[in-house]
Design a protein around this ligand. Structure first.
Ligand code: PLP
Length: 471
């Protein structure tokens, strides 16, 4: 470790293996022995998995069951090399994909919207969200002649939508929240104009896990004749089961009139391998705006459902396998554990830590802020105690997104003990600068964020350019 040089320390943290393994800056002349490569990769995986397997990580690892991963990987192996563009050679991909879509439509109560509910499989939540924006943009251009489109969404909607709007030339308008930390529907209504192509609500959002008032948004969308996308990337595979278990879940899916599309990630609470999500539409007519067809290419008649060209058959097969292996029973049982654990956390925080304010009424993700202590100092101490929280900003807050590896009641009790001790640390160290900040912003104020924007680009450079050799 290079203790006194902050840049060197930063690079050491970003590239921890460069001191012990070779850094490749060009393809090696001779292929490396299989055993050597496998041993190296396995050693990285073992060390990195140990962190998540302890169950002290918020979000990120939704399943945590290595037997499940193992079976999915076996399924993946059968089709890893397959390009699903070649459907004549690999009709199983058509079966798997169509059945994933049918199962998700059923889970999201597509029957309430009629038999036309349909969808696509994408590479992840961001692709689902960006594709939805694209579809609404195309629909509005063709049906309404809109050339300067805008979309209105809550400030808490996922930032991938801002990225997508940036890429697609859509103006993104951000509606503020109410005191309950869900979108202010009147404020949203005021932002809609004749160029608005769609509005967005979350179920639940990344920052606080809360569900926006989707029925009211649905009414607004119907009144204005525009689409409503519900981002269920995070909650889409969890809320239906919590509701079925009797939990208190506000309405958000296709049963709500006005909801025209929903994203739900298979690679989160669907317990599939990383790399898939679903984007569901109320009608095939809406989905058709997503299709790209080009009959005049010398390479042949070209048709493509979405952003990707070639896609691996392995991911589609293993996603299908995750759904049918887990089954309704498996999803219901996991949802019960997650919901119970989150409620235990909420009660513990409210009863034992008056310095903290839980944000809204959490269902599965527990976010809290404080007017009395610096929550980033709380996070510093939680980190030292082995917990990996998600730090938020605007306002400064922390969240723990409960997943299967976190659900053991004794683990939640340990978390509450450590949180209480971390609050005491923050009280004792009030006024001192915290080591940790909000990953999405470093600083926690709008002005501070403007100042660090340049540094964020540098961070991405550092992540993609092999670090210089260690001194
Ligand atoms: C609510 C929500 N939407 C979208 C995304 C983006 O998903 P992905 O990281 O799969 O692109 C996330 C990720 O956490 C999320 O929480």
């Amino acid at each position: 470790m290079s203790d006194d040089d902050p840049i060197a320390r930063f690079l050491d943290e970003l590239y921890p293996y460069r001191a012990e393994t070779e850094t490749f800056r060009a393809i090696p002349e001779h292929g490396r022995p299989v055993e050597e490569v496998l041993a190296e990769v396995r050693s990285f995986a073992r060390r990195e998995d140990a962190i998540g397997d302890e169950g002290k990580v918020s979000g990120s690892l939704y399943c945590g069951d290595h037997d499940h991963y193992h079976v999915l990987t076996e399924v993946f192996e059968s089709f890893a090399h397959v390009n699903v563009l070649q459907r004549d050679m690999y009709p199983s991909a058509t079966k798997f994909e169509a059945e994933i879509i049918a199962m998700v439509a059923d889970m999201l109560h597509g029957e309430a919207a009629g038999s036309d509910v349909c969808g696509v499989v994408t590479s992840g939540g961001s692709e689902s969200l960006i594709t939805a924006l694209y579809t609404y943009r195309e629909q509005a251009a063709k049906d309404r002649g809109i050339t300067r489109p805008n979309v209105v969404m809550p400030t808490t909607a996922h930032v991938a939508l801002d990225k997508g709007a940036h890429w697609l030339g859509i103006e993104m308008r951000h509606a503020p929240l109410t005191e309950a930390f869900v979108v202010d529907v009147d404020a949203m209504a005021a932002l809609i104009d004749e160029n608005t192509i769609a509005i967005v609500g979350s179920a639940g959002n990344y920052a606080h896990g809360l569900v926006d008032p989707i029925p009211e948004l649905g009414r607004l969308a119907l009144e204005r004749g525009i689409g409503l996308h519900v981002d269920g990337c995070l909650g889409g595979f969890l809320l239906p089961w919590i509701e079925e278990n009797g939990g208190d879940v506000p309405p958000w899916d296709f049963r709500v009139p006005g909801v025209t599309s929903i994203s739900a990630d298979t690679h989160k609470y669907g317990y599939a391998l990383k790399g898939t999500s679903t984007l569901m539409y109320r009608t095939k007519a809406l989905r058709a705006h997503q299709w790209f067809t080009y009959p005049d290419w010398p390479g042949g008649l070209y048709l493509s459902p979405g952003f990707a060209g070639s896609r691996s058959g392995g991911l589609i097969a293993s996603t299908w396998a995750s759904l049918v292996l887990t089954g309704r029973e498996g999803y219901l049982a996991a949802a019960k554990q997650i919901h119970d654990a989150a409620q235990r956390m909420v009660v513990g925080i409210r009863d034992r830590m008056p310095q903290l304010a839980v944000i809204g009424d959490p269902i599965f993700l527990v976010a809290f802020r404080s007017d009395q202590v610096d929550v980033y100092l709380v996070n510093d101490e939680l980190k030292r105690r082995g917990w990996r929280m998600n730090a938020l900003q605007l306002p400064a807050a922390l969240h723990f997104c409960v997943t299967r590896p976190n659900t053991a009641p004794e683990l939640i009790d340990r978390f509450l003990d450590d949180l209480e001790a971390s609050v005491a640390y923050a009280v004792a160290h009030a006024g001192q600068p915290a080591e940790s900040g909000a990953m999405y912003g470093f600083s926690g104020t709008v002005e501070g964020n403007a100042a660090v924007e340049g540094l964020m680009g540098g961070y991405l450079d550092a992540m993609h350019d092999t670090a210089p050799p260690a001194a």
